[in-house]
Design a protein around this ligand. Sequence first.
Ligand code: AMP
Length: 286
Amino acid sequence: MFVAELIRETREMTESWRKQGYSIGFVPTMGYLHEGHISLIKKARQENDRVVVSVFVNPTQFGPNEDFDKYPRNFERDREICEKAGVDLLFAPSVHEMYPAKNLVFVNISELGDGLCGAKRPGHFQGVCTVVTKLFNIVLPDKAYFGEKDAQQLAIIRRMTKDLNFNIQIVPCPTVRDQDGLALSSRNAYLSEVERKAALVIPRSLQAARQAILSGERDAAQIIQLIREMITAEPLAAIDYIEVVDGETLKPVSRIDGPVLVAVAVFIGKTRLIDNFWYKEGSACS
Ligand code: AMP
């Protein structure tokens, strides 16, 4: 595995692969890798001749009072995980390498970025779209892999790719969970043992909501209320949002008629966690 800190080295390597006719799969991450990331890397490994992973904690997607400084980092461990997973190139740039000067140009998304995490984290998706655009332009992959755990991010990246004509196929990957149902997240590292147990209210409430929908509940307000009651009953949990939104537009719905995304953001102590499931007539996955 080649480790590159420079954009130039990364470009040279991916360019030589393209010249040799190799397909390139790309997995952008913020590091502190876990089985969720590894599932994306494995899928990329299966579908491409060469796999590039980026590890970059992107400052422009964090708000001023968010956790950029204390976001967990362990490059040596990430490097080992990537090596073991068969990654060909690990791109780990510094902040200065990615943003050598003040950025004057940003990529923005309207509508899809207005609700859910976009409403709670102003500027977040501008930071995400901008850094993903930069990474796409550096790596020029054939396919890029994104997790359904970050459902709004996935929808936005898909739309950005389409609207801006990136010649890249976006591949969605299912949420990987711990055995007890908690969605894997680098931020789970912040949780104390007691908080880790309390966090289980998130998958449990979503599971109950899914059951209610499968049993015929179509009133979004009822679904939201069911989740709210369960989460409120957990003293360490504080709701950031609970939403039932249209699967295409991500706008809130009152009735569950077509495909919907049921999404929550919940503080467990100081740690903000997100989770969701999709429901489509005849199938519900999470
Ligand atoms: P992050 O490092 O948190 O920015 O995540 C990098 C990529 O991994 C994103 O596409 C995430 O959606 C994806 N990801 C994070 N956690 C999971 C998970 N538990 N299951 C599947 N994909 C995940």
